[in-house]
Design a protein around this ligand. Structure first.
Ligand SMILES: [Zn+2]
Length: 112
């Protein structure tokens, strides 16, 4: 499953940065073009962290809408679906402004 490999990637980033501290929560930002369902991601997170050092750490998912800029009509549009077409003029000559993000934005550690 897509979300499982994403969770494993998050765990890799978190364990690189958390050191020996216990992690209370992990904040991630994902773009809509990644086609990640936040609820599924959180569910997978609880599965893959169960029995690991990250057990109990909360995953907070912030979604970023996909925005495109059309090179033909110059307009910017927030996409409802991950289809790279300008809704105003149907041009496919568009650039993705946002929506491709996948970042761990912050970690919250337990007080030691
Ligand atoms: Zn256009």
């Amino acid at each position: 499953m897509h979300e499982l490999s994403i969770c494993r990637a998050i765990i890799g980033i978190v364990t690189d940065h958390a050191g020996h501290g216990a992690v209370r929560s992990v904040n991630v930002r994902v773009g809509a073009m990644r086609q990640i369902v936040p609820d599924t991601l959180v569910y997978c997170w609880s599965l893959v962290t169960e029995g690991s050092e990250l057990r109990g750490a909360q995953l907070c998912v912030e979604q970023v809408p996909a925005t495109i800029r059309c090179r033909v009509c110059g307009q910017e549009h927030v996409l409802d679906a991950p289809i790279m077409l300008c809704p105003a003029c149907d041009s496919a000559d568009v650039t993705l402004v946002s929506g491709d993000e996948f970042l761990v934005t912050s970690l919250e550690l337990e007080e030691v």
